[in-house]
Design a protein around this ligand. Sequence first.
Ligand code: MRU
Length: 369
Amino acid sequence: MKVQGRHIRSIWLDDDGWSVNAIDQRRLPHHFVVERLTTCDSAAEAIRSMLVRGAPLIGATAAYGMALAMRADSTDRALDHAYRMLIATRPTAINLKWALDEMLSLLRPLSAADRMAAAYSRAADIAEEDVVINKGIGRHGLAVIEKIAATKKRGERVNVLTHCNAGWLATVDWGTATAPIYLAHEQGRDVHVWVDETRPRNQGASLTAWELGHHGVPHTVVPDNTGGHLMQHGLVDLVIVGTDRVTANGDVCNKIGTYLKALAARDNGVPFYVALPSPTIDFSVDDGLTQIPIEQRAADEVSTITGLTAAGTIETVRIVPEGSPVANYAFDVTPARLVTGLITERGVLKPDRAALSAAFPERIATAAE
Ligand code: MRU
């Protein structure tokens, strides 16, 4: 998508043909900094520290991490070590495992001499495929927005609420939840986005608002607790969120607070859609509540807040009394029964096993392996 009129992706291969550039998302929205990843360790650290984040981008970065590992050492031992290091970075987004399994099953049978070239080629394909998939999600999601727009008075604004950042920064390009919004905006539809700030790391306030602003999409940042009020007053036409993992039964794991939005949407008759690329489906898991590992992150993400001071410096301040314990669950699970539809690259699906397995039969086969 665009930053100051220039097209850019969240991750790309450097002109040197081997190192990998990624936007440092920890520095946004105040500073635009590109980091150069040169080793598998640096790719793993980028994921762990959330320099890159968002399920599809985590997968693409891990794939490039494997390529960087093979550049340094393409033995079996190095291959296994890279896989183990990268898989341990973050536990919830299944795209990480998907991408690493893709890389491992391709590279394992190859001779050490062939591995590096094959790894770079597959990592580039994974990144390209993500862009194509998201455009597909955009097309199908646009139809959802158009249908809702048709129920409103002629030309009246369509209000979409989103949570966290499932935008182009969370993917390679276009985003998942934002792809339909960007398409609707490009086609001249008056679409406005309610952006949940998404405490504790504020991915909505820092990243989604930044993206939408640079692309000229009307939006308003709201504290996380505002969604229910907006829905009660008819100010939300639909919710579209992203996801880190969808189970075979259609349960949706996403950024903490998503479940509360789904409950409010159900109580107010607001359609609740989840946008996902097929690598986010985990056919090996049925029950989202008991079978998905929920990442718990550092306490200081909750007990402190970071921002730009009037003097132009970035500062972190404490907002919780010294000594008060905090909990930092990074994700929650929205049961399939609260989901109106899953917007995928192959269409809008019911959130259930029959619909998911009919649309993505090839993924069931790999889950069984
Ligand atoms: O902790 P994060 O920032 O990686 O969490 C991101 C989300 O929860 C996104 O909504 C999800 O990964 C979907 S991204 C298209």
